[in-house]
Design a protein around this ligand. Structure first.
Ligand SMILES: Cc1ncc(COP(=O)(O)O)c(C=O)c1O
Length: 392
C-alpha cells in the first residue's frame, strides 16, 4: 500500500497539544502560530494501527486489560528485526511513557541530592525530572564545531568521578541535535560509566527513526557488560505516531536493577494498561513496517527540502543535519544570538511555533528546533514565513 504523507489533516478540535490555540497562546504568546514544535507527527498513524483500534473500540467494553504473550512477542520480534537485539520477555517492563519512567528510575536509584548527568542541548524534561525528584543536574555540554555535535569525554570523565553521581541519561539518538552515536562513542562513554559506578539510562525513543545510511546501535547491544549497567527506554510512540497512547517498554537485562525499578512501579501501582494501546502496539510492531519505510523516505526528503530552502532563501540560517529523528536543529546565531529576540522573530513576526533552543540548555541559545514530521506544504509555509520575517 502506498501512503500519502502530503495530505494536510486538520488536527484542530482533537485536543492536540501541538495545535490547541490556548496552549499556543500560553507557550508562544500567539494563538495563530503555525505549529512545528512538540514531537508528534501531522501524519495519520499506519492503517493497521487505526484498524486495530477501531476493531477494539467496536467491541464496546473497555475493562481492565492484561498483556499476553503475543504482546511481549511483538516487542521481542521488533527489537530483533529492526535492531538485531535479543531480549527476553522478563526484561521488558511496561511503563506508561518514557518521561514517567525516567522519573521512576531517579526515585529507584538516587537519594535526595544525588546527581544525574545529561548532555545539553538535550530534551528538556530530563532536567525537570532530575530536579522534581530532589536531585542535582550535572551538565556535560556537547561540543559543536559549526557542523556536528560530539561528546566532551574529558569533561564527562572528570564529572563521573563524583561519588554522588548515580545516573547518566543518554539520549540516543539525540534530541535535538540529531546525532546517531557511533560504536566508538558508546564504548568510550559506557566504559567511563562502568569504571565510576554510574548507571546508564539510554533513552532510545527515536531509535527507529534513523535517516540515510546511519546505523543505530542499542546501548545494551554493545556488550554484556554494557547491558548489565544500563536501562534501555523504547516505545512505539515516535515511530508510529502514537505518543498519546502512553505506551513504552523499559528493557532492563540486569535483574537487580530491574527489581529496584519494579519496586518503585509497585509502590505507585503502575502496571495496568488501556486496551486500545494493547491492540495498537501489536498492529504497529507486527504489521506496520512498510508504513515506517515509506515514512523514513518522506522524512529524508523533508531534510533535503529544508537544506535546499535554507541555502536558497536564508543562507545565514544553518541546518545541523539530523542523522535521525524528525527534529532538525537550526543555527540562527548569525542572525540573532539573543534567545528572547529570536523567540520574538519566530513566534511574533513569522508566526511559527518552534521549540526555542534555550529550552534545551543555555548552549541552545540562538538555535531553534523544527519538527519536520509534517506534510511538505506545511513545512514550506513555515519556512516561507520565517524567511519573510528574517529577510524583512
Ligand atoms: C528523547 C525523548 N524522550 C522521551 C520523550 C517522551 O516520551 P513519553 O511521551 O513516552 O513520555 C520524547 C518526546 O519528545 C523524547 O524526545
Amino acid at each position: 500500500m502506498k501512503y500519502n504523507f502530503d495530505d494536510i489533516i486538520d488536527r484542530k478540535n482533537t485536543n492536540a497539544l501541538k495545535w490547541e490555540p490556548a496552549i499556543l497562546k500560553e507557550r508562544f504568546g500567539e494563538e495563530d502560530v503555525l505549529p512545528l514544535w512538540v514531537a508528534d507527527m501531522d501524519f495519520n498513524t499506519p492503517k493497521p494501527v487505526v484498524d486495530a483500534i477501531i476493531n477494539r473500540a467496536k467491541h464496546g467494553i473497555y475493562g481492565y486489560s492484561v498483556r499476553l504473550d503475543n504482546y511481549y512477542q511483538a516487542v521481542i520480534n521488533w527489537q530483533k528485526r529492526r535492531h538485531n537485539w535479543t531480549i527476553s520477555k522478563d526484561s521488558i517492563v511496561y511503563t506508561p511513557g518514557i518521561v514517567p519512567a525516567i522519573n521512576y528510575m531517579i526515585q529507584a536509584f538516587c537519594e535526595t541530592d544525588d546527581k544525574v548527568i545529561i548532555q545539553t542541548p538535550v530534551y528538556y524534561p530530563f532536567k525537570e525530572s532530575i530536579k522534581n525528584n530532589g536531585c542535582k543536574v550535572v551538565n556535560n555540554p556537547l561540543l559543536y564545531d559549526g557542523e556536528k555535535y560530539t561528546i566532551d569525554f574529558d569533561d564527562f570523565e572528570k564529572k563521573a568521578k563524583d561519588k554522588r553521581l548515580k545516573l547518566f541519561i543518554l539520549c540516543s539518538p539525540h534530541n535535538p541535535v540529531g546525532r546517531v552515536w557511533t560504536k566508538e562513542e558508546l564504548l568510550k562513554i559506557g566504559k567511563i560509566c562502568i569504571e565510576n559506578d554510574v548507571i546508564v539510562i539510554s533513552d532510545e525513543i527515536h531509535n527507529d527513526l534513523i535517516l540515510g545510511n546511519n546505523q543505530h546501535i542499542v546501548f545494551a547491544n554493545v556488550s554484556e557488560e554494557f547491558s548489565n549497567n544500563s536501562i534501555i527506554c523504547t516505545a512505539p510512540s515516535k515511530t508510529f505516531n502514537v505518543p498519546g497512547l502512553e505506551t513504552s517498554h523499559i528493557i532492563i537485562g540486569n535483574k537487580k536493577l530491574r527489581n529496584s525499578y519494579k519496586r518503585i512501579l509497585t509502590k505507585n501501582a503502575i502496571g495496568g494498561q488501556n486496551p486500545m494501546s494493547i491492540a495498537a502496539l501489536k498492529a504497529a510492531y507486527n504489521e506496520s513496517e512498510e508504513w515506517l519505510e515509506q515514512l523514513l523516505t518522506y522524512l529524508e526528503d523533508n531534510v533535503e527540502f529544508i537544506d535546499d530552502y535554507l541555502k536558497n532563501n536564508m543562507p545565514r540560517v544553518k541546518l545541523v543535519r539530523p542523522q535521525a529523528t524528525y527534529l532538525a536543529w537550526l543555527d540562527f546565531r548569525s542572525i540573532e544570538k539573543d534567545y528572547k529576540k529570536l523567540d520574538h522573530i519566530i513566534s511574533k513576526e513569522a508566526k511559527v511555533a518552534l521549540d526555542s533552543g534555550h529550552w534545551f540548555g543555555t548552549n541552545g541559545s540562538g538555535f531553534m528546533r523544527i519538527n519536520f514530521a509534517c506534510p511538505r506544504g506545511i513545512l514550506k509555509e513555515a519556512l516561507d514565513r520565517i524567511s519573510k520575517a528574517i529577510n524583512k
